[in-house]
Write a protein that binds this ligand. Sequence first.
Ligand code: NAP
Length: 311
Amino acid sequence: MPLSQPMFDRVALIGIGLIGSSLARVMRRENIAREIFISTRSKDTLERARQLELGDAYFAMASEAAKDADLVVISVPVGASGSVAKAIAPNLKSGAIVTDVGSTKTSVIAQIQPELPENVHFVPGHPIAGTEYSGPDSGFAALFEDRWCILTPPDGTDENAVKMLANFWHACGSDVELMDAAHHDQVLALVSHLPQLISYNIVATASDFEDVSKAEVIKYSASGFRDFTRLASSDPTMWRDVCLHNKEAVLEMLARFSEDLSSLRASIRRGDGDSLFDLFSKTRSIRRSIIEAGQDIDAPNFGRTPMDEED
Ligand code: NAP
């Protein structure tokens, strides 16, 4: 049910790719903002956003879009967060809430917070929802439905601003959890960044394998490989930035993964069927828990969108 009254008078979306355009669509559908102002780096993307009628006004300059906004959502690759914050800072209105949707949080806070004036409220966020597609055409209003959005407000953040942003995400269809930024980065390194890197690596290994032709890899991909190619087709800029901006946690998870892989190799080499069976039974039960928690869109009756998850 759309809100009877918009929650915000004006919301500025800086960056209008998958996440920004999904927000524009759900905000419109749910009457979350009276006005949606949009800015993006390139002329072409801005023009596309206009053609798709994602907002009420379109600006080449982020600072113009952010002027007088009650809520500003930064939806750009994490490595660009600091420069966007710097650009909008002089035009922010007193009391405005600034948030972001970046997949890493410690580094984003370190980039954005020092750029913002003291009279605005910065509440970092990360919707745990996505797909492997990018750009304004790829967004859809249901992206955040029944997904988690993690907010990582630094100590001392205005409680009312946090509440308002939590209400914003609820109106977008998400459940909200508050978390410390460093903990967020560790959790996401495990559940998102590691699987992503494993996927990139498996697909790279297959493409470098000399004894099996590319045609065979594609022809027989339904045997497992195909599932990895979806993740491995995700946006290279976004994932380069995630690796560079969550370096320590990602390296720690890769080290743990390598240890576990070595132990798996040892079980196979030793012909230790019991260990293999135990491990595969344990992993199967984790999959069942994910389905029971409603976080698997491939499970029967999930039926919200044909698209898959990212982070
Ligand atoms: P996207 O579809 O590729 O869109 C990126 C947007 O950022 C575009 O408007 C693009 O502008 C702009 N942009 C790119 N590089 C920039 C730069 N150097 N400076 C300023 N603007 C720049 O990306 P997305 O998937 O929406 O991701 C946006 C953010 O959401 C990222 O921080 C990502 O970590 C996070 N996130 C993504 C997902 C996911 O599944 N994709 C899920 C959760 C969170 P132009 O097109 O005009 O160049």
